[in-house]
Design a protein around this ligand. Structure first.
Ligand SMILES: [Zn+2]
Ligand SMILES: [Zn+2]
Length: 417
């Protein structure tokens, strides 16, 4: 895993620093300067509010939803959309990308006798994309009683679906794919008396050895509380000191998609660009990307004499302090998992000489509408995790929780958290 620092030098910066490079003279020069200043201001506003800028943009999408087929009766009877329907619904919602994660990708299509992941891969490949269609990635929700549900994406599914969990996670890692804990705190509630949480976290301690093999977790999900997930996220980063990615999910079974996950993409949106944006944590989750407009400026200098600047997903080196600035009104800054009382959208974190070069992470929450992924400081190089202990109980397909939608699909309501 590469922890490359910011390679986005060309991104428009709210400081308007680029203007200092102008050497324009005279009337034309002044007009150009004014024009450049106006462009910079507009650019800064757009960047500040998570809108597209010339160097990159926040692209809305969703990491987890269902389609039928392959989620078909008698095992699965609750996905309202088929492939075309999901793409149309994403288009209506203005989504630029979707990761479809059917439960049944590890089952066989009884008509063709082939695995659904193979069948759906072919159907998608044969489909002619229309103008404005989102980028579609086929993933899988591994819906097993233990350790809980997990989405898998950006892998050759045929090589993954039949493997025992430990081997599956190793194969996902080998293929540079992604494995996210789904709805980690979907505990029994007044609507549904079923535990679809991530058991190593809600029941533990068995299964903690899986943590180092996972990419991250769903922070934003209709029926898994975001605050619990965010707290776990911070504990996890503290324990493992690595980049862990928070994503959002509609977990759609009802036919309606909406933006849950915003990925910062520079240049053309391709499958690889999307995967890399997700893997590197250039991600905001929630109904908008307003929490994503923040920076961490180090006390170490860049070659241009200014402090090193990190943006969402980056890691920057710092000695004794950093300055965090952001744009979203009413946002809360979390430093190493602890909320800070700050009024002016600027916070200087002094860790001091005694903690020189120490590891820290900073994330922003704008109410319940937007959660940034962290910016990291002094993120250590990632080490190869130890193999899982393999003491898992024999996992069964989670037949009951396959209908984990609160209504079993008959009521088109989506409780929001
Ligand atoms: Zn699930
Ligand atoms: Zn699901």
């Amino acid at each position: 895993m590469v922890d490359s620092p910011d390679s986005r030098k060309d991104r428009c910066e709210p400081t308007g620093r680029r203007l200092s490079t102008s050497s324009a003279r005279g009337g034309t020069g002044r007009r150009l300067l004014v024009l450049a200043a106006r462009v910079a201001c507009v650019c800064a506003l757009l960047a500040a509010w998570g809108m597209p800028s010339p160097a990159g943009e926040w692209l809305p999408g969703d990491t987890h939803s269902h389609i039928s087929p392959p989620d078909v009766p008698p095992k699965y009877n609750h996905a309202a959309n088929n492939l075309d329907g999901a793409i149309a619904a994403a288009k209506v919602a203005g989504l630029k990308w979707i990761i479809l994660t059917p439960h049944a990708m590890d089952r066989k299509d009884e008509t063709s006798g082939r695995l659904w992941c193979v069948e759906m891969g072919e159907r998608l490949a044969k489909r002619t994309a229309a103008e404005g269609d989102p980028l579609v990635v086929l993933g899988w929700e591994r819906t097993y009683t233990w350790p809980g549900h997990m989405t898998v994406s950006f892998v050759d599914l045929e090589k993954v679906v039949g493997l025992p969990l430990e081997k599956l996670l190793a194969e996902v890692r080998r293929q540079k794919g992604l494995a996210f804990v789904a709805h980690p705190y979907q505990l029994p509630n007044f609507l549904i008396n079923r535990n679809s949480s991530w058991r190593p976290w809600t029941e533990g301690p068995r299964g903690k050895d899986l943590d180092p093999w996972l990419s991250g977790l769903e922070v934003f999900h209709p029926i898994s509380p975001a605050l619990s997930a965010a707290a776990r996220w911070d504990q996890w980063i503290a324990a493992e000191r690595r980049r862990l990615v928070g994503v959002g999910a509609t977990d759609d079974h009802w036919g309606t998609l909406y933006a849950t996950t915003w990925v910062w993409v520079e240049g053309e949106l391709t499958r690889d660009a999307l995967r890399d944006g997700l893997r590197m944590g250039r991600v905001c989750v929630g109904s908008d990307a307003s929490a994503g407009a923040f920076t961490v400026t180090s006390d170490r200098k860049a070659p241009d004499g200014n402090g090193l600047v990190g943006r969402i997903g980056d890691t920057v080196a710092a000695d004794e302090q950093v300055t965090v600035t952001w744009e979203a009104d009413g946002a809360t800054l979390y430093v190493d998992g602890k909320p800070q009382r700050v009024d002016d959208k600027r916070f200087v974190h002094r860790f001091g000489a005694e903690a020189r070069g120490s590891f820290h992470w900073y994330r922003l929450q704008a109410g319940i509408r937007s959660y940034s992924n962290p910016i990291y400081v002094n993120l250590p190089p990632q080490e190869e995790p130890p193999p899982p202990a393999g003491d898992a109980p024999k996992a069964a397909r989670d037949e009951e929780s396959e209908r984990h939608a609160p209504s079993g699909g008959s009521t088109p309501t989506t409780p929001r958290q």
